[in-house]
Design a protein. Structure first.
Length: 86
């Protein structure tokens, strides 16, 4: 694989090698890619367990419980909402 790096990034790579932290530019790039992968995979959510998914789908598929009493007409009257602020 061949990649082109900006002069600024090339200087970072060369500084990493000059400092002795990395033996080669390739080692520097490999470490950077591994660090990127570790950070991005830590942010990825874990895949849900299939059994957990089935139980969640079962909850979603359930019908909502029936209402025991209808809402009073006042609940739909806009004038009642702000009567205390008039």
């Amino acid at each position: 694989m061949s990649i082109d790096l900006s002069p600024e990034v090339q200087e970072l790579v060369h500084e990493g090698v000059r400092s002795g932290r990395f033996e080669t530019p390739e080692a520097f790039i490999e470490a950077a890619v591994r660090e990127f992968d570790a950070r991005s995979s830590a942010k990825r959510p874990a895949r849900p367990n299939p059994e957990e998914l089935e139980s969640l789908f079962a909850l979603i598929d359930r019908s909502p419980p029936p209402r025991t009493s209808p809402l009073p007409d006042e609940a739909f009257d806009r004038g009642q909402l702000y009567s205390d602020r008039a």
